[in-house]
Design a protein around this ligand. Structure first.
Ligand code: ZN
Length: 333
């Protein structure tokens, strides 16, 4: 009889490999039926949904770009003590230990490479980042990297009973962000360089974690991104910007532009501004001279998820709103 080619433990390891993202604390109630109350922390006095990702605050007009995951473990003073764990294999990208400089309080950013895509996880309101952890240092999925806390620079502090870690999964918009910011917002402080929250575009960690949980090895992060609901489609007369190099798997082949030369990109944006499909266009395929053109808007999606205010309807015409133009400037800088 043939021996099995792969042992059980190796199969488990392979499955883990196919599921790069893990929960960032020991709280696994996300995977339990009806476990939402025990997993998410809502804003003060509001239901748990306000602790999920998306247009979940201020009647849908305020975006929450991560998950607020409830504390499980407390010290003698009732302070949260949960270890915060790296969500995937990766390396330390940024550590901010000056809580007064951010509404994230103390926060940590890790860089991951998943299916050829650079993903950045972020952990906020930390009590402390693991002593000795340095930028560039490699970390393993599940490795403790910090301790949960309640740090923030907001006027309203996080109460002990609401203690949580704010967890994000992001794509990085532009590694020249700091330069763009200085030029665009002259005189305004940017304490975190390219690790400013504006430069990180969140994707929904809940959908990714649940997708992995349900689909197992069949889950594909690339497919998850490619299947985002389109908010709008724009055309940019720019040919060389970091996103097209960093997120090559999101760029669609385009024989004509390949043949005649790329003069711009048609880009599909989701409600949060994530450019999830980019199609190179030849000069002959581009009408109009404007640097940014709005090609179409999915009105249903706009009404469902309006918080980012990327587009606006004036009369019966849709236009790129100030936030949308800003995002495109930042994306293509
Ligand atoms: Zn949060």
């Amino acid at each position: 009889m043939d021996r099995p080619l792969v042992c059980g433990a190796c199969l488990l390891a392979l499955a883990a490999q196919a599921q790069p993202f893990q929960l960032p604390t020991a709280n696994h109630a996300l995977f339990e039926k009806g476990g939402e109350e025990r997993f998410f922390v809502g804003t003060a006095g509001k239901p748990w949904v306000t602790g999920t990702f998306g247009c979940v605050r201020s009647g849908g007009w305020q975006m929450h770009e991560g998950l607020d995951i409830r504390c499980l473990q407390r010290g003698r003073q009732g302070e949260p003590t949960d270890p915060v764990l790296a969500t995937a294999d990766g390396a330390v990208a940024y550590i901010s230990t000056r809580p007064s400089l951010s509404n994230y309080g103390n926060y940590l950013v890790l860089r991951h490479e998943v299916a050829g895509l650079e993903i950045y996880s972020l952990y906020a309101h930390l009590h402390e980042v693991r002593p000795g952890l340095k930028v560039g240092q490699a970390v393993k999925a599940g490795e403790p990297v910090a301790v949960m806390g309640r740090t923030a620079n907001t006027r309203e502090s996080i109460s002990k009973d609401r203690a949580y870690v704010h967890f994000e999964l992001n794509l990085l918009v532009n590694d020249r962000f700091a330069s763009w910011y200085n030029k665009t917002f002259a005189g305004q402080r940017n304490d975190h360089g390219e690790w400013n929250g504006q430069n990180l575009l969140g994707i929904d960690p809940r959908l990714i974690l649940l997708g992995q949980h349900e689909e197992g090895a069949r889950f594909s992060l690339l497919r998850f991104l490619q299947n985002q609901t389109e908010l709008c489609r724009v055309l940019v007369r720019k040919t060389d910007f970091p996103w097209v190099k960093r997120y090559v798997p999101l760029v669609r082949p385009s024989p004509r532009a390949q043949r005649e030369g790329i003069a711009g990109y048609e880009i599909a944006l989701n409600f949060n501004g994530v450019a999830f499909e980019l199609i190179p266009r030849a000069a002959a395929e581009i009408k109009g001279k404007a640097k940014f053109q709005l090609l179409s808007v999915n009105e249903a999606e706009y009404h469902k998820n309006p918080a980012r205010r990327l587009v606006v309807k004036r009369g019966n015409r849709w236009e790129l709103a100030r936030h949308g133009l800003n995002l495109l400037e930042m994306l293509t800088y």
